[in-house]
Design a protein. Structure first.
Length: 405
């Protein structure tokens, strides 16, 4: 993963959505993809609980590739792209080829580039051949349409009904194709998974580094998705052939790592470290509030998994004989790199979390918007790795190079 590629992905924080309508809050592209990933997880879990097989690896990479595509095509409204796909399939294929070409000099990982190429090719073939979509693709598209509908619902309070009704009708018509998905049915009819998603949506309205001006401003939810994407890329950077469950756990641990903040709000690091005992106290309080307010909103078939993602999010761990064990990176590779051990590279998620924060601070300062909080935050992030150059196979100093390291 090179810095230019990370910065290109970070552009998702600067793309505004629905900019031809009144918006009561900043509707940002990165946040949309974050909510889509969460919705896809929920819908897929319902299908999996019913005995269906979900291609999780495809879905995880689709989250990345769909954002890359959107960053390049953000000036073409989604309905226009849909018309091109449906009525001009040959041009749609060429458009995707153009998107791919824009990343040729940014993606050093040839395997990742080939995956991206296959993804864009599949988008064209699904359109051209009009064939029935694989279940995982249907889940992903349903999540895409539903997360758009949620945005429409959120901005509807400040827009005239006449402006929104044609869009609403079109979205509802698009969603008809996916109503066989149980999770989508429950989300649309505002049942239990909707209440859970609503809590997670609160992270969309919480701004990181809230005590200081910053450009671009980033939400906690968008940050979580960016961390998940960075974690995925860092997994590839390690050179380790990770088992499917390990890749899955790493991505969704990144996506849900700040889940407790949906009920506690973001407590900034300096405050958490105000006293020696405060970090442990804050963690204990977070666990209690999550157990009281979030756990009842989760279905049993994914509750324990999400708690596993968010419980000790920055520690390497695996499950053996029903017990969660703290393990080293070497042990993850040599003894626990199998699906049955439910392995997680928590320290890799932490590196991604810190790299995301470093980019947030550095880019704002380069835009001329700075403060002592940003400067101190950046300095503390760099100091954190002064005596530890390699974390879970990642050369952190090389990764942070260019951000003042």
């Amino acid at each position: 993963m090179n810095r230019d590629f990370a910065l290109k992905i970070f552009e998702g924080f600067s793309i505004e959505r629905w900019n031809d309508l009144i918006r009561p809050f900043a509707v940002i592209e990165m946040d949309k993809h974050a909510e889509k990933a969460v919705a896809a997880y929920i819908i897929a879990k319902y299908e999996e609980s019913a005995g269906a097989r979900i291609d999780w690896e495809w879905l995880i990479y689709a989250c990345l590739f769909d954002l890359l595509r959107k960053i390049q095509l953000c000036d073409i409204k989604s309905p226009v792209q849909t018309l091109i796909r449906n009525e001009y399939p040959d041009e749609y294929v060429k458009l995707n080829e153009w998107v791919l070409s824009r990343y040729r000099n940014l993606i050093d990982d040839e395997g990742l580039y080939c995956k991206f190429q296959s993804y864009l090719h599949d988008l064209g073939s699904f359109s051209a051949e009009k064939k029935e979509l694989p279940l995982t693709v249907s889940v992903f598209r349903a999540a895409h349409k539903y997360s758009t509908l949620r945005e429409l619902e959120m901005i509807s309070a400040v827009n005239e009904r006449e402006r929104l009704e044609p869009i609403r009708r079109e979205l509802n018509a698009d969603l008809q194709e996916y109503l066989g998905l149980r999770g989508l049915q429950l989300l649309i009819t505002k049942q239990k998974p909707f209440d859970f998603l609503m809590r997670i949506e609160q992270l969309r309205f919480q701004t990181r580094w809230n005590q200081t001006p910053r450009v671009p401003r980033t939400s906690v939810l968008g940050h979580c998705f960016f961390v998940a994407i960075l974690t995925l890329l860092l997994c590839r950077e390690t050179g380790v052939q990770m088992c499917s469950k390990r890749l899955y756990n790493n991505f969704f641990s990144g996506l849900f790592h700040d889940l407790p903040e949906s009920v506690t709000r973001d407590i900034i690091s300096p405050v958490k470290r105000a006293t020696d005992g405060l970090p442990a106290i804050v963690k204990d309080i977070e666990d209690k509030i999550v157990a009281k307010e979030l756990v009842p909103l989760m279905e049993p078939f994914y509750r324990d998994e999400i708690l596993y993602f968010a419980g000790d999010e920055f520690s390497n761990r695996a499950v053996f004989d029903g017990c969660v064990l703290p393990v080293s990176f070497e042990e993850l590779n040599s003894s626990f790199n199998e699906d049955k051990f439910n392995p997680v590279d928590g320290r890799l998620v932490r590196v991604a979390d810190h790299y995301s924060a470093l980019l947030e601070a550095e880019l704002s300062m380069r835009h001329g918007i700075t403060s002592h909080q940003l400067e101190d935050g950046k300095l503390n992030l760099l100091k954190a790795y002064e005596n530890e150059e390699t974390v879970n196979g990642i050369d952190v100093k090389r990764l942070f190079k260019g951000c003042g390291c």
